[in-house]
Structures are given as structure tokens and as C-alpha cells.
Design a protein around this ligand. Structure first.
Ligand SMILES: [Zn+2]
Ligand SMILES: [Zn+2]
Length: 334
């Protein structure tokens, strides 16, 4: 089978590797689609993703597909099942797993490297999807589940003033969930005009630039700020524009080498709560339910559908990733 590897030092290559039979509780899945994640680009650029990266590794973790074969102890799946994967495996036995936080599992590792024709996750990481759900949409399960975890941390009250930064693919998902919380104002901060337009289309009450938001935030108490870019400047501004008793979620993945600073006295007088969100503990099924319900528009977010081979160029240039979500077509089935 073909698989797209990151070999270290900004090198990506599609290689032929042996496919194999699934064993034990494994489910062999013919991958249909795999989303390109910001963390894949981070890895390609020599930084860590959600975990430490030691190349060579197969990229990708946001995949969907069709079951072709199952291991001898697999109980819940059969060939032909349409499925999505949660790539983050937890042992279920360590203290963190027992507390319900498998994102901190001391044995945690990735189990569905989706830039490949087949993946072999254990069945606990596989979810059946409804026939009404397109396999391409189903590949949004993992990013949406991460966004849902962030949303759950914030526990947003209806009628609030919300500001969100960044209309990349994560921001575009986050915005649609924020809209479902019935906000009074839902303002998107975004420099690019076409992405501002997308924000309005997807439910923002206003879209503006980072310069304009300062003035707007002076006139209303911003109750929630969600940063979905991961840049030092926007993270610092997000904390600065937050109103009294606000909750700030720094969702965008920052540069591991960089610090963010803020004025403690200012944060103190506003009684701010600052959150970060790590991975997706127990949110995959919820993400699939939301995708199945049709309230999340994924098609508007997709900027390109590329082959495994075309990913080499994309990882270097980020031509389409800058515009939205890049989907890698493996079997390309729907
Ligand atoms: Zn991801
Ligand atoms: Zn564990």
C-alpha cells in the first residue's frame, strides 16, 4: 500500500509499504479521506505536533473509510462498515484514563496514520457512521471532536458577546458551534476579506480586522474570546480585549519556542479565566452526531482535494491550506 511519510528535514515522500492482516481487536480500514491538520504542517516544519515527533512517520490522523477486514477478537465491526477514527489511543487503565482524561494517558499514542491506503486502529478508536453521512464529511470527526472539547471547557451561556480569531479550518468549525450557543454578538477577527465573507456566511454577526476589534471591544463587554490562530500577537490581543469575568480560550497551536505575555494587573481587575484545550477526550461520538445532524457545513471550508503525491508540494507551499481545509483523497469514496 502507499503511504505519505515525513522523513525529517522538510522531506515528504510517498512510499510503498506492505499492508497486512488486522490482528486482535484491530479493524483494517480502507481510508477514503484524510484531512490535512495544522499539526501535520508543524511536523513537516520540524516542530512537534500534539506529541514529540521522531521521523520517519506517516502523516495524517483525520480519516474516514470502509472496513475491509477485522482481527480475530474484534466484536463490533464487520467488512463494509462505514467508519471514522479517533486517532488518539488511551490505555484505559492509567490514572488519567481512569479519571476520564485519555488525552493525558501516560501510554497515549496515535493509532490511525491516515496518509495511507489502510489504517489498523483498535476497535475502541473506531466509530460507525450513518449512511446519510458522506465519508468526506466523516473525516472531520477528529478536528470537530477537538473543537468540541474546547467548547465543553468554556460552557458558554446564551446571550453572550463572543469574539473569535481566525477563519482557518478550525476557526470555521468553532464558529459554527459558537453560533449554536445563541450568542448576542458573535464577532470574527480575520484579516482576509474572503474569509471575513465566509464568517458572515457561517453565522458571524460581524467580521473585522485586529485593528478594528480594539475599538469594538471598548464598547461592549466581551464575555468569551476564542483564539484559533496560535500567533503570539493575536493570543495577547485576545487576552487584552476580554471583558470583565471573561473566559479566554487559546485554542490555536502556538510556536513551542515562543512565550505569550499579558498584564497580570489588567487580567486581575477583569477576573479573567484563561483556558487551553488539549485533544479530544470522549468527544468523537458527539462530533459524529453533529456531523450527521447536518448543522455543520464542511463543504464550504474545503479548499482543495489532493492526492497523496500532491501533498509534497502542498506541505512546502501551503497554497491551499492557507485558504481552508485540504482533504487528501485516498480511495476517494463517499
Ligand atoms: Zn488534527
Ligand atoms: Zn491511560
Amino acid at each position: 500500500m502507499k503511504a505519505g511519510f515525513y522523513l525529517g528535514n522538510h522531506t515528504y515522500e510517498v512510499k510503498e509499504i506492505k499492508d497486512r492482516k488486522p490482528v486482535d481487536h484491530e479493524v483494517k480500514i480502507e481510508v477514503a479521506w484524510c484531512g490535512l491538520c495544522g499539526t501535520d504542517i508543524h511536523k513537516f516544519e520540524g516542530k512537534n505536533g500534539a506529541s514529540v515527533v521522531v521521523p520517519p512517520i506517516i502523516l495524517g490522523h483525520e480519516c474516514s473509510g470502509i472496513v475491509t477486514e477485522v482481527g480475530e477478537n474484534c466484536e463490533n465491526f464487520k467488512p463494509g462498515d462505514r467508519v471514522a477514527c479517533d486517532p488518539s489511543w488511551g490505555c484505559g487503565r492509567c490514572e488519567w484514563c481512569k479519571k476520564g482524561y485519555q488525552n493525558f494517558c501516560i501510554h497515549r499514542h496515535g493509532v490511525a496514520k491516515g496518509f495511507a491506503e489502510y489504517v489498523y486502529p483498535p476497535e475502541e478508536n473506531v466509530y460507525k457512521i450513518d449512511h446519510s453521512l458522506d465519508l468526506e464529511d466523516a473525516a472531520f470527526t477528529e478536528p470537530l471532536s477537538c473543537v468540541l472539547h474546547g467548547m465543553d471547557l468554556l460552557n458558554i451561556e446564551s446571550g453572550s458577546n463572543i469574539v473569535m480569531y481566525g477563519m482557518g479550518s478550525i476557526g470555521s468549525l468553532m464558529l459554527q458551534l459558537l453560533k449554536l450557543t445563541a450568542p448576542k454578538n458573535l464577532i470574527v477577527v480575520e484579516r482576509e476579506e474572503n474569509k471575513q465573507e465566509l464568517a458572515i456566511e457561517l453565522g458571524a454577526t460581524k467580521a473585522c480586522t485586529d485593528q478594528e476589534i480594539e475599538e469594538i471591544a471598548d464598547k461592549l463587554n466581551v464575555d468569551y474570546v476564542i483564539e484559533c490562530i496560535g500567533l503570539k500577537n493575536t493570543m495577547e490581543q485576545a487576552i487584552h480585549i476580554a471583558g470583565k469575568r471573561a473566559k479566554v480560550l487559546l485554542f490555536g497551536l502556538g510556536d513551542p519556542e515562543e512565550n505569550v505575555s499579558f498584564n497580570q494587573f489588567e487580567a486581575y481587575t477583569k477576573e479573567l479565566s484563561i483556558y487551553t484545550s488539549y485533544l479530544n477526550p470522549h468527544t468523537s461520538r458527539k462530533a459524529i452526531s453533529l456531523l450527521e445532524s447536518g448543522v455543520i457545513d464542511t463543504k464550504k471550508i474545503i479548499s482543495a482535494r489532493l492526492s497523496l503525491e500532491e501533498m509534497g508540494e502542498e506541505l512546502k507551499t501551503k497554497k491551499y491550506s492557507r485558504k481552508g481545509k485540504v482533504m487528501v483523497s485516498l480511495s476517494g469514496k463517499h
